[in-house]
Write a protein that binds this ligand. Structure first.
Ligand code: PTJ
Length: 237
C-alpha cells in the first residue's frame, strides 16, 4: 500500500504494513497481527515514546548481555518482520547468537524467517528444524524446542513479544531473561529479570546505541521500574 509521506500516523502505518507484508510472505503468524494491535494500544498510553524507565531497562539489559558468557537473541515472526536488520546489528556488537523460536511453530515459517535473517546479513541462525533438538523442561508449548548451542546453553536471553510461560521456564533454569514488551502488566514483563516496556521498533535502535556506549553497572530494580511505567500510563504521561 502507498502511504502518503505527509500522513500524521506514517510511522505507525509503516509498521503495520511491514507486518501485513510479513504475513503475506509467510514470516508472521496471523495471531501476530492481533498481538501487534494490543501492543499499539499500550504504545498510545506511552505517548509512543521511549520513556526514561525504558532507557534505564535498556542500559541494564545491555550490561547483562555484555557480561554474559553465551548471550542469545530470540526471534519470532513479528520481530523478524519489524526489526531483522537491527537484530543482526545488535547481535554483531554483542557477539550474541540469533535463534528462531516460535510460539505458532511451523517448519515452513521457521525456514522463511531464517532466510530473511540471512538475507539481511546474519551469518548464522540457530534453532531451525533438527537444530532445535533440546527441550526446556516444564514448558508445554512449541517454544520448548531449543538449540543445544543457543538458548539451551545461554545464560542471558533477549526476548520480544514473548509468552509468560517461557519467560518463567527460562528464569527457573537460572537464565537471565531480558524482555521487550509494551504491556507492563503481561506475565512476561512481570516475570522477566529486566523488562523494557517499549515498541521493539524504537527499543532495538536504542539497544544498539547503548551497546556501542558500553554502559556501566547501575542499580536496577525491575519491579520499581515497572511500577513507575504503569503510573506514567495511568497519568497519561
Ligand atoms: O511468531 P510466533 O509464532 O512466535 O508468534 C508471535 C506472537 C506475537 C503471535 C506470540 O508470541 C503471541 O501470541 O504473543 P502475545 O502473547 O500476544 O504477546 C505479545 C506481547 O507483545 C503483548 O504483550 C503485546 O502488548 C506486546 N507487543 C506487541 N507488539 C509489540 C509488543 N511489544 C513491543 N513492541 C511491539 N511492536
Amino acid at each position: 500500500m502507498e502511504i502518503p509521506s505527509t500522513h500524521p500516523r506514517i510511522k505507525s502505518l509503516k509498521l503495520r504494513q511491514k507486518l501485513v507484508d510479513g504475513l503475506r510472505d509467510g514470516i508472521v503468524d496471523p495471531a501476530g497481527l492481533i498481538a501487534h494491535g494490543r501492543g499499539e494500544a499500550f504504545d498510545y498510553l506511552l505517548g509512543e515514546k521511549t520513556t526514561d524507565e525504558a532507557q534505564k531497562a535498556i542500559k541494564a539489559a545491555i550490561y547483562a548481555l555484555q557480561h554474559a558468557a553465551n548471550p542469545v537473541i530470540s526471534v519470532n515472526g513479528n520481530s523478524a518482520a519489524l526489526t531483522s536488520k537491527e537484530i543482526i546489528e545488535l547481535s554483531n556488537i554483542l557477539d550474541a547468537k540469533i535463534e528462531v523460536n516460535l510460539f505458532h511453530k511451523s517448519s515452513e515459517r521457521e525456514k522463511k524467517i531464517k532466510q530473511k535473517l540471512l538475507d539481511a546479513g546474519a551469518t548464522k541462525v540457530y534453532g531451525v528444524g533438527v537444530d532445535a533438538s533440546e527441550r526446556i523442561p516444564a514448558l508445554e508449548s512449541n517454544r520448548r524446542k531449543v538449540d543445544p548451542r543457543g538458548i539451551h546453553a545461554s545464560d542471558a536471553i533477549l526476548v520480544m513479544l514473548e509468552d509468560g510461560d517461557r519467560t518463567e521456564a527460562l528464569t527457573a533454569l537460572g537464565k537471565k531473561v531480558l524482555a521487550i514488551d509494551l504491556n507492563p502488566l503481561s506475565r512476561t514483563a512481570q516475570k522477566a529479570d529486566i523488562s523494557i516496556v517499549d515498541n521493539i521498533s524504537r527499543a532495538l535502535p536504542e539497544l544498539i546505541k547503548a551497546a556501542r556506549e558500553k554502559p556501566k553497572p547501575t542499580r536496577y530494580n525491575n519491579k520499581k521500574n515497572l511500577k513507575q511505567t504503569i503510573d506514567k500510563m495511568r497519568a497519561g504521561i
